[in-house]
Write a protein that binds this ligand. Structure first.
Ligand SMILES: *[C@@H]1O[C@H](CO)[C@@H](O)[C@H](O)[C@H]1NC(C)=O
Ligand SMILES: *[C@@H]1O[C@H](CO)[C@@H](O)[C@H](O)[C@H]1NC(C)=O
Ligand SMILES: *[C@@H]1O[C@H](CO)[C@@H](O)[C@H](O)[C@H]1NC(C)=O
Ligand SMILES: *[C@@H]1O[C@H](CO)[C@@H](O)[C@H](O)[C@H]1NC(C)=O
Length: 489
């Protein structure tokens, strides 16, 4: 091992030059050689005393070099090859290239690092694992893979040839054409091949079948705006691998989500996978407030937007959900409120508090309200795992969505840039869930790094000069939100 490191760290040429010099040794050269040999002797002595070879290697690869691991079981071979390809792609960031081993050695080290990852993931190595959720539940399939330090929002984006998890051409059944950038004029697709790698924990690899098993007889509901719908479509594609599934049952009716004839915008969708009776649902609520007509007999009526009352849909169906993912944010502006004819209400009456009427305050108040309400329901539904998903960042540069703002970068500039902040970049959301049983699905900072992942100006039918730097190309960034979600349920 020592020789290996020595051989590959640029000492070889120096050694060769010195060897050439043995024909005409001069005093200075002799002195150099002596110092050199002394150094080696010291190194070997120090090494023998404390054989800490692993400390010369990146920590991930330094755990176990026993011969048992060096022999690769044949069934591991294909997987191993994939891992190798993926790691080769990472280039200089891959652990092996730091050591510079080659051929079979490289392979064995890959296996070692894989073993190390498995070790990190093993329950035994993380005795402090505890469910972030309160109450007893029946989630026996959940394998605790997080240590206490695990914060999925810390880490970095790495290239991975095993991404994306579905095809943007193939997932026509679940994916809206307006978000499938493979169907647009976009020609660069590096943005599809990034994986989020948390720093202190291994995120359990997403697999559709594993997800469905975990969610057997359970219902997962996304409730929120179009970004929530993106996450819903992404999850449907991830579960099916983008393959057509004609056995999946439309159970929208059970939730009152019947698409009225001619209504282009149903309240949502619900689908059940027959093998495991897993239901995935999306309900469209842009504000997470209860919204109702002020005068039902008036066709041009205004709407009461109850800042402190959860949407009727949630009150009606919460008992049916096992996992709930809430989000809101981008509809909180004067323009949207006016267009929707929404009038803020608190305590059942029109809001007269001018401070609260400020949009950011009202939004914050509404987010706190919905989180507190869900939290208040948890004792009744102890199996419920509720998440509040933090704000999805926009990347308009040089203007707003309607004033020529753009996001033209196509190079994933984020690769390798490490996030290590403990606090969420969405402080309001973090404050709202603090002290409650609602968990933060913290996607803000990691998505902030992905300015190249938006629809941008690639959609064919958008007006010239108008870009979408809010919604994401799918497959893309919301897939990672679902991987993070999967790792936490
Ligand atoms: C290394 O692997 C061997 C064989 O699998 C095992 O017996 C040993 O406990 C391992 N050591 C460590 C430190 O993991
Ligand atoms: C979960 O495990 C506990 C203890 O092992 C067991 O009593 C319980 O029946 C299990 N629940 C389910 C749903 O399998
Ligand atoms: C799914 O639901 C159907 C009908 O409710 C039931 O017959 C079937 O046993 C369920 N399957 C599983 C795997 O729970
Ligand atoms: C209907 O509602 C609008 C908006 O609040 C209001 O301007 C109008 O006077 C109402 N019409 C009737 C008949 O009440």
């Amino acid at each position: 091992m020592f020789v290996l490191v020595f051989w590959n760290s640029g000492w070889l040429p120096l050694f060769q030059r010195m060897k050439g010099g043995f024909y005409g040794l001069r005093g200075r050269q002799l002195a150099l050689i002596t110092i050199f040999l002394l150094c080696i002797t010291y190194f070997i002595w120090a090494w023998k005393k404390t054989p800490s070879v692993p400390s010369l290697m990146p920590p991930q690869t330094g755990l176990n070099l026993s011969s048992e691991i060096l022999t690769s079981p044949s069934e591991e071979k294909t997987k191993d090859k994939q891992i190798q390809e993926a790691k080769t792609d990472v280039g200089a960031q891959g652990p092996t290239s730091l050591i510079g081993v080659q051929g079979d050695n490289k392979k064995s080290l890959e296996l070692v690092s894989k073993q190390a990852e498995v070790d990190m993931a093993a329950p035994a190595s993380s005795p402090h694992t505890s469910s972030p959720f309160r109450g007893k539940d029946d989630w026996n399939i959940t394998i605790p893979i997080e240590n206490q330090d695990c914060n999925h929002a810390k880490g970095k984006w790495v290239p991975d040839n095993n991404r994306p998890l579905y095809s943007g051409f193939g997932c026509k059944q679940w994916l809206s054409a307006m978000w499938a950038c493979r169907l647009m004029q976009r020609t660069d697709f590096a943005y599809e091949k990034l994986r989020w790698q948390p720093k202190n924990c291994k995120m359990e690899e997403f697999e559709g079948s594993k997800f469905l098993r975990k969610m057997q007889d359970k219902t997962l509901a996304f409730v929120g705006d179009s970004l929530g719908r993106q996450q819903f479509q992404s999850l449907m594609c991830m579960i099916t691998g983008g393959k057509e599934r004609h056995d999946v049952i439309d159970v929208g009716k059970e939730y009152g989500l019947v698409q009225a004839h001619g209504d282009a915008r149903p309240g949502g969708w619900a689908y059940q996978f027959p093998g495991t009776n897993t239901t995935i649902l999306y309900y469209w609520s842009t504000s997470l407030c209860d919204v109702e007509p002020i005068d039902k007999t008036n066709t041009t009526t205004d709407y009461a937007m109850h800042l402190d009352r959860p949407p009727a849909f949630l009150r009606q169906f919460l008992h049916k959900f096992d996992v709930l993912v809430l989000n809101t944010g981008h509809h909180w502006n004067r323009g949207k409120l006016k267009a929707n004819k929404w009038v803020m209400h608190v305590g059942g009456v029109r809001n007269t508090d001018r401070k609260l009427a400020m949009i950011w305050k009202a939004k914050n108040f509404a987010v706190h309200s919905i989180v507190n309400w869900v939290n208040s329901q948890l004792p009744r539904y102890p199996g419920l795992k509720a998440f509040y998903r933090t704000i999805s960042p926009r990347h308009f540069v040089g203007g707003e969505w309607n004033t020529g703002g753009s996001c033209d970068n196509t190079t994933p500039m984020s690769v390798g840039k490490e996030l290590s902040k403990d606090e969420s970049s969405d402080q309001n959301a973090a404050d709202a869930v603090k002290g409650t049983g609602v968990k933060l699905l913290d996607i803000t900072a990691i998505s902030q790094l992905r300015d190249e992942g938006h629809i941008s100006g690639f959609r064919r039918n958008t007006k010239p000069g108008v870009q979408d730097c809010l919604h994401w190309c799918l497959p893309g960034v919301p897939d990672t939100w679902n991987e993070m979600l999967f790792a936490q349920i």
